[in-house]
Design a protein around this ligand. Sequence first.
Ligand SMILES: [Zn+2]
Length: 573
Amino acid sequence: MRFSKLFGKTLRETPTEAESISHQLLLRTTMVSQIAAGVYSYLPLGWRILRGMEQIIREEMNEAGGQEVMLPVLQPFELWQRSGRYISFGQSLFTLTDRKEHKLALGPTHEEVIAELVHRYVQSYRDLPLLLYQIQTKFRDEPRPRGGLLRVREFIMKDLYSFDVDEAGLDESYKKMSQAYKNIYARLGLPTLMVEADSGAIGGKESHEFMLITESGEDEIIYCSNCGYAANREKAKFAKTKVNTETPLPLGEIATPGTETIEEVANFVDVSASQTLKAVFYSADGEFTFVVIRGDLEVNETKLRNALRCSKLSLATESEVATAGLVAGFASPIGIKGVKVVADDSVTLGSNFIAGANKPGYHFRNVNYPRDFQADLMTDIALAHSGYSCSKCGSELSAAYGIEVGHIFKLGTFISEKMEAFFLNAEGVSKPIVMGSYGIGLGRLLAAMVEQNHDDKGTIWPLSIAPYQVYLCPLVLDNPEVASVVEKVYQELEEEGIEVLYDDRNESAGIKFNDADLLGIPLRLTLSPRTLKSQSIEAKWRTEEETQLLPLGNVAEEVKTLLGERLASQGCT
Ligand SMILES: [Zn+2]
């Protein structure tokens, strides 16, 4: 490819709208271009990389036994009503109405469609297991698209679905896919951590995310370096300490004027925050909900949403609190009526707590569960922090940030039951197919690759997915000998099947070298009047400072050998 003909120009300045490094560099290298909030075009360089990643993913899916299909983007809304997931997706689901007034959805994922398809063709346990996948555009109406390709409304995704006869079969498919994902990230040179995750709107009982650990990540990960436990903070468990084991004392009221926060009341009464109970009020799908948790802990809203099985959760407004008959700052779980109470199990790990008395300026002391109040729902709804204890081994937990580059789910049977995807087992009994779902967003992966592989000069692409392998860079192009030799070298490299970006512009060495570094093409070949004197061309890797001279007589062979050695050393043959 001749640079002068390449569609898209490199930018010297960083575009002001770009927040993350990947966003900045993808715009400066004109790999992508935004046309609306969260909607991007891919230009030739970006598309070449994306196609390279797609190829690696496709090979690993096929290797694991996946069969490629192509499902429709337009999905009958009726399918989403049948599965019930139009509720969990809520406004993230793009919908439209056709000329005959039929409601349709633009697919954010394809469990319904594929279960419907499998229902038509799978009859017997002999037809299973089955792994079906596609690489296709998805749509989600993100409330806040941002970060370039990290949070978008239209994106290309590889989604594979597994179909098995039972849970053991699902475990097998899940293991196979986890390994395929690890292979993909290894081939891309992307170090990832597999962490337990919340299943969110997709549903199902167990899921894992693959995280690239980086400071610019938007997900927080809690992990234990002793036993290897790792989870998204939304999901993370920890061992709650027991704070006080005194025998319960009689309930009493104390005046606590002007103490509206946990910190204020704890200071006033001279106890630690863990000796108090905190009240937090939520509106869960419109229902007022009283949440109580030990004063030293915070509510994890994802855990709470899952416990309540609600789709919309927000803090209650002042007027909702007043309508429920509660006094903010002094609210009490004791004696309230007609309000749903959810308690974190930490309220059982202690005794004689301080809690609100539901009148201004007063608290109760010696509050004990379940003697003094009861919860409609008691479960773990607490947010994990670094420094807390690991629930598996007791060691101290740490925290890190990450970018999610893959998410896999054990769905179970809740979708196949709704879509009537059944099979007959060996005994002739009809059973729902056990499903799994496995996604990788390709644009997000591209952004993660840039976050992981860049320096202050620009992007650095591994050979396995670089848009071109070689940047051919002649200097003093108005020198007729340079011009004629570089054309010959370009032909020879192309004939050898080497992917070359040939900088045929009559620009200064500074501009050309800057662009070579910005575009991050692995091997730069520089031909100048100086190297011509020794009948050679200078080779330099993007990641190294040293250069070497290759003899011009045999340049294509020499370059091929260099690239082959580099690919082998990166484990990408
Ligand atoms: Zn541990």
